[in-house]
Design a protein around this ligand. Sequence first.
Ligand code: BES
Ligand code: MN
Ligand code: ZN
Length: 495
Amino acid sequence: MGGGSAPQGEPLDTLVVGLFAAAGPSIPAPPALSALLGADLDTWMQQRHFKAKPGECLTVHRPGETPTTLILVGLGDEAAYGLINLQEAAAAAARAAADNRATSVGLAIPPGPLTPAEAARAIAQAVRLSLYEDQRFKSEPKPGRQPERVALIGLPADADAGLATMDATCAGVELARQLVAAPPNVATPQHLADTAAAIAREHGLSLQVLERADCEALGMGAYLGVAQGSDLPPKFIHLTYRPEAGASRRVVLVGKGLTFDSGGYNLKTAGSQIEMMKYDMGGSAAVLGAARAIAQLKPADVEVHVIVASCENMISGGAVHPGDILTASNGRTIEINNTDAEGRLTLADALVYASRLEPDAIVDLATLTGACVIALGEEMAGLWSNHDGLAAALLEAGEASGESLWRMPLRPSYKKGLKSGVADLKNTGPRPGGSITAALFLQDFVSGDLPWAHLDIAGTVWTEKGRSLDPSGATGFGVRTLVAWVCHGAPLGAT
Ligand code: BES
Ligand code: MN
Ligand code: ZN
């Protein structure tokens, strides 16, 4: 990867040029480009009805010439241009170049309101993540689509500084995508623990894995209740990054790690996507991917704990019954009125454990509710928090990294929906506002006013069609926001 005003070394086979949409009937071609190509670009664009909408591509083949392929990519309206359109354009152009089997690609995409370093990072990240392919489970894998060489054209040479964090973040996103895409007979609780062990070994983090007996000793009845129907042993994972020079702040990242969610005795039925419930460990994939990136980036002055209470939600003679009452590790009793609301039970004990670490903030990520998908669709994750500064810092981290979060209400009165006649609370409230009662349930297990935020990523963890820099399949959603929040932001906001 090289920035700078001119590509170095061998000539590039593919040149990508970003163009803004224009108010008039046609987009004027930059004169320098027309001169370079010796071709009438204006006519090309008119004939092919190129409007420069964000991500719209026009490929011009030039056999025998250099570059052999020119790709014009739309940037949309200049007034609305920012990170989102820049990434969309870079990703679309990268896909068009790869479809053309490009091996060396130069991209001339303007930074707009971003600094050159931010733009360089965003373009490079979009190229790498949009061309990511997972061939692990194919018997005859095809060659990858990544170009051998990518050059950023028109950015000052020092823009390369932005690329340092790019590699670590992309590797974290790729790890998360791999974990989510792996089938449930591969990505088991043991596999998550092994993955945490590999991160710990390769990057010098410390790891503790609590076995069933350890969790019993801690009284984690909610988590173990979910795990008890499975033949696979639960693994409670606690991975820790500590900077060498010590830290004045401590944060905990908690991820839901259901490696398969059948629903339990409230079995998922047709239309409830039971065959997709391998992705119910998307929260754990995001926190493990973030851990990998953080371990490589080594941020100063912040200690990061990653916690995953992983298990499966299955059916057997020993599985939890609808109606059972479980006791969590803080002593709260929970009536299980629906075994399919299992994620919150595992998170309950994980949040009690996280609270005991006395951190400055806890953030959990979970594919928690179908209700959140209904509310926000697939492009935005729901954000709930008891702390405005933390919520603002996370929204900003999401914005800066191209992941969208939308703050949702933690309305105390809705807690009534979780009242139980026999236990302290039920695990499921009424269908309306289902993602809100789920968040309120979690809050019950966070100690006092400890700053805490919950991200419901049920809609964003997977994409059937692909979007922006996510190819179809697992997105790795959450990694970029967490890395930005831990490594670049003030965890509790500006104040
Ligand atoms: N893992 C699911 C949530 C989910 C649903 C994620 C669809 C992604 C897509 C969760 O464990 C669940 O089953 N939630 C129930 C809660 C209900 C029983 C209160 C749901 O959303 O239907
Ligand atoms: Mn469920
Ligand atoms: Zn689930």
